[in-house]
Design a protein around this ligand. Structure first.
Ligand SMILES: Nc1ncnc2c1ncn2[C@@H]1O[C@H](COP(=O)(O)OP(=O)(O)O)[C@@H](O)[C@H]1O
Ligand SMILES: [Mg+2]
Length: 189
């Protein structure tokens, strides 16, 4: 079909909205059944580098510069690689969504006290008002026109299943930092 066909616009909308349905269903399903993590020793620097590359092509990352600041020789961590990819992609795209006019995202890895590694996602986006910080983890809470509000709910669920923690600090108008902390060693989950 050519662009001047009278039906072109409708087909285009059907396509776009079908993609949106697919996203909602996918998000719902992964929220409803996050399987028990299947643990492997993972090099988080390598996993995050791959995901940062992959996410850079997403439209939400237009005009966003992604910088990585990885601690060399970061200890490998027992985790579910696929689930951690999903966590990273959710947090990277949230940062992109907060910077529609461009900005900078730093992804940092480091070891912290208590035998843990910490991954930080530091953006220069719109920030989150103090009164909303409590709500953003709730399923279906979204401020984005095309959001499902499930990203952070899924993310928190995955991190908790790994006995990790997620913390958010934000200064409206300046940016947001999301910190994910994970134990390096753990018992069977
Ligand atoms: N890095 C961020 N900067 C600003 N706001 C954010 C950021 N991450 C999340 N949020 C806020 O939290 C809400 C919920 O995020 P999420 O659960 O991923 O759902 P969605 O991305 O579908 O809106 C977003 O709509 C947004 O208001
Ligand atoms: Mg999201």
């Amino acid at each position: 079909m050519t662009e001047d066909d009278p039906n072109y616009r409708y087909i285009h909308e059907i396509k776009r909205e079908s993609k949106r349905c697919k996203k909602i269903v996918q998000d719902l399903l992964s929220y409803a059944r996050t399987p028990r993590p299947s643990l492997e020793l993972i090099d988080l620097n390598q996993l995050l580098a791959q995901i940062a590359d992959f996410a850079a092509n997403h439209t939400d990352m237009r005009n966003v510069i992604i910088d990585t600041d990885f601690t060399p020789g970061l200890p490998h961590v027992m985790l579910d690689g696929d689930q951690m990819r999903q966590v990273a992609i959710n947090l990277i795209l949230n940062a992109g969504g907060a910077m529609p006019d461009g900005g900078r995202l730093i992804i940092r890895t480091e070891t912290v006290e208590g035998g843990r590694v910490e991954v930080s996602f530091i953006d220069t986006g719109c920030g989150i008002p103090q009164e909303s910080i409590e709500k953003i983890f709730e399923p279906f809470y979204t401020t984005r026109e095309r959001g499902t509000g499930l990203g952070l709910a899924i993310t928190r669920q995955i991190i908790e299943q790994h006995h990790g923690e997620i913390a958010i600090e934000s200064a409206p108008g300046q940016g947001t930092t999301v910190r994910v902390t994970l134990p390096i060693e753990h018992e069977e989950l």
